[in-house]
Structure formats: C-alpha cells, structure tokens
Write a protein that binds this ligand. Structure first.
Ligand SMILES: Cc1cc2nc3c(=O)[nH]c(=O)nc-3n(C[C@H](O)[C@H](O)[C@H](O)COP(=O)(O)OP(=O)(O)OC[C@H]3O[C@@H](n4cnc5c(N)ncnc54)[C@H](O)[C@@H]3O)c2cc1C
Length: 366
C-alpha cells in the first residue's frame, strides 16, 4: 500500500513517520514552498502529544528544540494568584513549549532523515481514487490519500462537499516574543491572567525571553489585515491601566507580534470514503484555549497508522480509526470552546493528558 499525504504540518509528517514504522510507504505533499519560517505562534505539546511521538521514537527532535512547561498559575485582574497547577502527573514525561516554526522544522527534518519523500510547493486542488492533483499541474498517485491539510482542508471538502465550514470562536489571538529580561519572569511556567476584558498568558524561556499570547473577544472580520504594530496596539489596549504585567510585557515587544482570528471545527460528519481519510485539524480543530490541537493531531496520526497496519483493507482501517478517535476529539473541541467562552473552568484534564498509545498493541476490527 502507498499513502499520499496532503499537508506537511504536524499530522502529515507524523502520519508519514508512523506509516513507515508500520511498513507502509508514504509521501508528503506540502503547499508551502518554504520551511514555514513565517508560522508565528508558539504552542505546547502536552503529555499525551509527547506520548504519541514517543510511540514512534520521534519525541527526541521535539525535546531538543523546546523547553519544559512545568505548570501554570491563574492570576486575577488585581494580581492575586488563585491557583497553582503542576504538570507533573504520575511520572508522565511533561509538556514542551516551542514555536510552531521550530516544531514544523523539527518534524519535517526528522521525516526526511527517515527517508520519507517530502515535496514543497504542492498545493492540492483536486483528488479522486488516490490521485492527487496539484496547482502546479503535477500529480501524485497512491492507494490511499490522507488529508492532513489543516483547518481549511481541501480534502475534507472533496470527501464531503456539504461539510460545515470552520466556526468562529469569537476570539482574536495575538502572539508576541520579547527578549526584554527586565519584565517579570515566569520560568517554564504559564502565568495565565484573566483580566477584565481579555485573557493573557506568558512563559519565560531558559534564556530569559518571554513568549506571550492574548485572547481578545471579538467578532470575525473586525480586525483583519493588521500589521504587527497594529496587533500589538490592539493587545495593549485590552490590558492598559490594569495592575498586571500584561501591558508592560506587550509594550516591551518589538515587531515579533502575530495575530489572527481563531476558528474551530466541532464535528466533521464524514471522516473518510473508500480511499481518503482526514487527520488532525482537517477532521477536527479546537480553539487554542485547551492547548491540545497539536497533541490531538499527533495522537490521530499514530492511531491511523496502527489501524492501517493491523486491519485488512483501507475502509476497515478508516472505520476503526474513526471509532477510536471521534468521541475523544469532539469532547476536547467542545471543552476547549467552553473554556474560550468562559462557560467552564479549565479543570480536570487528566482524561486528556493520561492518554497512552502502545505502539505494539493490535487494533481490533470492532
Ligand atoms: C494561533 C494558533 C495557536 C495554537 N496554539 C496551540 C497550542 O498551544 N497547543 C496546541 O496543541 N495546539 C495549538 N494550536 C493548534 C495546532 O496548531 C493545530 O491543531 C495543529 O497545527 C494541527 O496540525 P495539522 O497538521 O492537522 O494542521 P497544520 O499544522 O495546520 O498543518 C496543515 C498543513 O497542510 C498544509 N496545507 C494546507 N492546505 C493544503 C493544500 N491544499 N495542499 C497541500 N498542503 C496544504 C499547510 O500549509 C500546513 O503545513 C494553535 C493553532 C493556532 C492557529
């Protein structure tokens, strides 16, 4: 069997590595012509995401390019710390923080070093029966086609032209990086601040730099096409005048600021057909609040490869994969949406973190 994978982000590269480990040939076709240096946000791969990488011995490159996240603190607008939560859970290896660009680069380099064919500048425009056609007029052929093409998945719309579009979460998310070491530090810790109008979080890197994000409630399209300076001003305005370090941190940031509206995909009715299947954000995308989108994409990738390894044909494998994954990912998307909208507290996450993949376990048909 040969798999053509559309998208060389998180799930595409890891699905390819997992399939290779399962003895299935795979090639990756990524729309971006470059290595994704412009992918501006940072993210944390939680325990369960690291576990999925470890299942295929691919956690090493992520650990090398990241720093540990040891816990979080919740702070009120008047500066009181109301909760401290450790990420140390039953001896599980802990989460890691890194930029999306570093994560993409690390996974792509690892996939290529494992002998996986990786083509850039290949934007899928159409596909049928294992043949993928790209914008540049070329095509790739395989027995199955895996849609790892993210939030705005083309493969999702090929499988089901009536699939619902991504949904606005009602939040703009702004990310920034500052090297100013004089601001209050949160070494390897996420300090989360629920302010009067918005939500702010930051963590300090081992060299004293600060990574921060701000979630600003707003309707879709209100802020579009903003420059880094304009995103910085928008974030600053949300915290200006409050007795918290948020405004100070934002002000100390140069042009390393990136913003955009955020979306989720709560439920994709059809995940597969006879020869095509979705993984990661293409199948389900969570709002950034739970910090789990990447980890869920990693779990999907490894479980899909196990299903294709153990079951007799692609449709049977795809059905088993959906059975194993749908309830978990949809529960996560719903809980992340509830955290985003402030309708629930961000508690009780061990059901997410303690997920474990035993690579050698055989996947049953039903
Ligand atoms: C601002 C932001 C912050 C986030 N923060 C976190 C966090 O802290 N923790 C967390 O776990 N998750 C976070 N996420 C979610 C996480 O980034 C996603 O869940 C994760 O990237 C999903 O991986 P994926 O491989 O499915 O999709 P992606 O990483 O989006 O990769 C999809 C790939 O497909 C390519 N592609 C798209 N269309 C085509 C096409 N037609 N042809 C070929 N290639 C195509 C894209 O260029 C891209 O490389 C965040 C997301 C955003 C937007």
């Amino acid at each position: 069997m040969k798999a053509v994978i559309i998208g060389g982000g998180i799930s595409g590269t890891v699905t390819a590595m997992a399939l290779r480990r399962a003895g299935i040939e795979a090639s990756v076709h990524e729309a971006y012509p470059s290595g994704g240096e412009d992918v501006g946000a940072f993210l944390t791969i939680m325990h369960n995401g690291m576990d999925a990488l470890r299942a295929i011995d691919a956690d090493g490159p992520v650990i090398e390019n990241s720093f540990a996240a040891v816990g979080l603190e919740l702070v009120t607008p008047d500066g009181r710390t109301v909760e401290r939560r450790s990420f140390d859970i039953d001896g599980l290896a802990g989460p890691r923080t890194l930029t999306r660009a570093s994560l993409y680069r690390a996974l792509q380099e690892e996939a290529i070093s494992r002998g996986i064919g990786f083509e850039r500048g290949k934007r899928l425009v159409s596909a049928s029966r294992g043949i993928a056609r790209f914008e540049d007029g070329t095509f790739a052929e395989g027995d199955i086609l895996i849609g790892a093409d993210g939030l705005r998945s083309v493969v999702r719309t090929i499988i089901d032209p009536a699939c619902p579009p991504p949904r606005s979460t009602g939040l703009d998310v702004v990310y920034g990086y500052t090297t100013d070491t004089s601001i209050p530090q949160a070494p390897s810790l996420y300090r989360m601040i629920q302010s009067l109008h918005a939500f702010f979080g930051y963590t300090s890197t081992p060299d004293g730099s600060t990574y921060w994000f701000a979630r600003l409630p707003t309707a879709e399209g209100v802020r579009s096409g903003l420059s880094p300076a304009e995103w910085r001003s928008a974030a600053f305005a949300a915290f200006d005048g409050e007795p918290l370090p948020a405004a100070e941190i934002i002000q100390s940031t140069g042009d390393d600021v990136f913003g955009g509206h955020s979306y989720d995909v709560p439920s994709t009715p059809v995940w597969f057909n006879a020869s095509m299947v979705l993984v990661g954000d293409a199948a389900h995308a969570a709002s950034p609040a739970a910090g789990q989108g990447a980890s869920m994409a990693l779990e999907d990738s490894v479980v899909l490869a196990q299903c294709l390894r153990d079951l007799p044909d692609a449709p049977t494998a795809f059905a088993a994969y959906e059975r194993l994954r749908r309830a978990r990912v949809e529960k996560l998307v719903a809980s992340s949406a509830a955290v985003s909208s402030g309708t629930t507290s961000d508690e009780g996450r061990n059901w997410l973190y303690q997920h474990h993949i035993e690579w050698d376990a055989t996947i049953p048909r039903n």
